[in-house]
Design a protein. Structure first.
Lengths: 318, 343
């Protein structure tokens, strides 16, 4: 965090970057003084650090919104998207990874490996574009973008104290039309991001499963006559999943990056979408604030993942 | 087992004979002309089946990318920012036709030309980013591992901090820092490359530092010290040459990642002005709204270009990595290698 703060300030202050050239030097200096950017760097740094520690990530420059407010307003949407896509990724990655491990070096494995590499090579926004072209424009099955239709939004606004999660609200209302509206909007973004993550899961499951299947206890179970399908599904799966939970922590950072792109692709009103909007507006105070916040989220979730890994795996004890 | 000791038949599937065949192949390779022992070519010779297919596909794609980038002015029918030729405007969002094989964009650019010119940007950024991060990462890793002490501790802490940061977000921050948002062709390319460099440096740094710390305790380094070799020479000769063995893998992975990061930056709106250079990510961003009205050609082709470029580099990297790791290498089937042994 410190690194980013100083990096951001090395080349100049955000106001010069955002408005430089459009204002006279005198006006610029006045604005700078108002925001406190004319003070010594170290004072600014401690001021900023103090703010972050007390939960204040700064205020956006263009529309004067506290960054924490952006988090509470749009964070839920991002969370929802990431959660859906993890479900998709698990549904895709784990079974396919198991198949690949069982058929190691034969054709299903070869096909799946190529699919996984393709999944890595395709940027998530291109997947999104293709999905849009096929399912929204071509077949007309699913909506093009957004989290909810305008009509759904009107229905949604009738709820007394709405939660930020559209799916929960729709369930609470018990309105089937609204529910399907919310779900159909979520399918394409979730699949786009899920494919990206699913490819990573596939490779992880495959590698770990191959390692586990070579263990002696698998061999002994096989000699007892345990069928092959049960071996992979029961005996090998659990130990093979442990390293995956650990690696998940590292993937969260990548998934958030993917979420930023997915949200921009589908105009999904989350943190990433806002980040892109502020970037377009050259509001670098907001960009810095959101990036910092995301970094803190990543760090926290890494910590949670470590704890979960310790709970699952009795060998890891702190 | 060697040529004079042929493998008895009947043991066709044992690991032993496989290894023997392996050894025979390697031995045959050692006596081959120098050009067959070059990194990629020797890998090509050693590979079989799927792995060879992957490597060949990757090489073809990478060569195609490089050639297209080199010959872009000859291959592209128009300039990347041209909206008219011979006094006639292209028209906007025209579907593919004879004059514009891949159609035109919303601003009236020729899609095919932009895809072709885009290879230049991608290759330039890839080369700059990988070269810069390789150089800086290796230099810092050597220094940190060899000198040790507080310098080492500070650098490791910094590298860990950067490593834990979401890569794309870091690249965004860096791009703002470096270019301040506005950019011409080379400024934009360098800014993008440097933003990506910052993300990659810790990877090289970690690998090299770990190796150097291990090597520093080896007798040959101590011997060099005893004879009074200078620090610079120890670092440059004794340590550097021994520590760089694992680099090719990171190198290729980073090359493909840099293309993806560049596209992502362009897609999010940072990057190179469309009139100063063609960039696939930016084109895809503009194509998003086209897709809603059923215009598929503006997005499909830049996207495919990204996929093919990344695919090529990744395939080469993956297969070279697999071939270097004996546990992952697919061995020749017994029958084929027998011919080799007999020959």
């Amino acid at each position: 965090m410190t690194v980013v703060f100083f990096l951001m300030r090395i080349t100049g202050d955000p106001i010069t970057a955002a408005l430089g050239g459009r204002l006279t030097p005198a006006e610029l200096a006045a604005r700078r003084a108002e925001a406190g950017y004319d003070r010594p760097l170290i004072v600014q740094y401690f001021d900023y650090l103090g703010g972050v520690l007390s939960g204040d990530f700064g205020t956006t420059y263009t529309d004067r919104t506290p960054v924490t407010e952006i988090l509470t307003t749009y964070g839920a949407a991002t969370f929802e998207l990431v959660a859906y896509s993890v479900v998709v990724a698990l549904l895709l990655g784990v079974p396919l990874g198991m198949i690949a491990a069982r058929t190691r070096d034969r054709w299903p494995d070869a096909v799946l490996r190529i699919v996984a590499i393709l999944g890595y090579a395709t940027p998530v926004f291109f997947v999104g574009l293709l999905l849009k072209l096929v399912f929204s424009v071509g077949l007309g099955w699913l909506p093009v973008a957004g989290r909810i239709s305008t009509r759904g939004e009107i229905t949604m606004s009738t709820i007394l104290n709405p939660s930020p999660f559209y799916l929960l609200d729709a369930l609470r209302l018990g309105n089937m039309q609204l529910l399907s509206d919310v779900v159909t909007h979520a399918i394409l973004p979730a699949v786009a991001l899920g494919i990206l993550t699913g490819g990573i899961f596939l490779r992880l499951v495959r590698t770990n499963m191959i390692g586990t299947l070579e263990m002696q206890y698998i061999e002994s179970a096989r000699s007892r006559g345990v069928p092959e399908s049960r071996l992979t599904a029961r005996h090998a799966l659990r130990p093979a999943l442990i390293p995956i939970v650990t690696v998940m922590g590292m993937q969260i950072a990548m998934m958030l990056g993917g979420a930023v792109l997915t949200e921009t692709t589908f105009e999904w009103n989350g943190l990433g979408y806002m980040l892109a909007q502020y970037m377009k507006a050259r509001d670098y105070v907001a960009v810095q604030g959101i990036v910092m916040m995301l970094a803190v989220i990543v760090a926290l979730s890494n910590f949670v993942v470590d704890v979960i890994a310790a709970l699952i795996d009795p060998r890891v004890r702190y | 087992m060697t040529l004079s000791n042929p493998v008895p038949p009947g043991e066709e599937s044992t690991a032993d004979t496989d290894l023997a065949a392996e050894a025979a192949t390697v031995a045959a390779g050692a006596g081959s002309p120098w050009y067959l022992r070059l990194p990629i070519l020797s890998h090509l010779r050693r590979s079989v089946g799927l792995q060879r297919g992957m490597l060949v596909t990757g090489l073809v794609l990478v060569l195609g990318l490089l050639i297209t980038a080199l010959l872009a002015p000859l291959l592209a029918p128009y300039g990347f920012a041209a909206t008219s030729a011979d006094g006639t405007a292209f028209g906007t969002q025209q579907p593919p036709s004879a004059a514009h094989p891949l159609g035109t964009t919303v601003t009236g650019f020729d899609v095919l030309s932009r895809v072709i010119w885009g290879t230049r940007t991608a290759v330039a950024v890839m080369v700059c980013a990988v070269a810069a991060s390789l150089f800086l990462g290796v230099a810092l890793g050597l220094l940190s591992g060899y000198v040790g002490g507080w310098l080492d501790r500070v650098l490791v802490m910094l590298a860990d901090a950067i490593y834990a940061f979401p890569p794309l977000l870091l690249a965004i921050v860096m791009s703002i820092v470096i270019s301040g948002g506005q950019s011409n062709a080379w400024g934009g390319i360098l800014a993008a490359a440097l933003s990506i460099t910052v993300v990659f440096i810790p990877q090289y740094f970690r690998v090299i530092r770990a190796e150097v710390v291990r090597l520093k305790a080896e007798p040959f380094v101590e011997a060099a010290k005893v004879v009074g070799t200078g620090h610079r020479r120890i670092m440059g000769t004794h340590l550097l040459r021994n520590a760089t063995r694992t680099l090719p893998l990171i190198f290729t992975l980073n090359a493909s990642e840099s293309i993806l990061t560049l596209a992502a930056l362009g897609f999010l709106g940072f990057g190179i002005e469309p009139t100063s250079a063609a960039e696939w990510g930016y084109d895809l961003n503009r194509a998003m709204s086209d897709a809603t009205s059923g215009i598929w050609w503006t997005g499909l082709f830049p996207g495919l270009a990204i996929v093919l470029a990344v695919l090529g580099v990744t395939l080469v990297g993956e297969s070279v990595n697999d071939l270097n790791d004996p546990r992952l290498r697919t061995r020749r089937k017994r029958r084929r290698s027998e011919k080799k042994v007999a020959a």
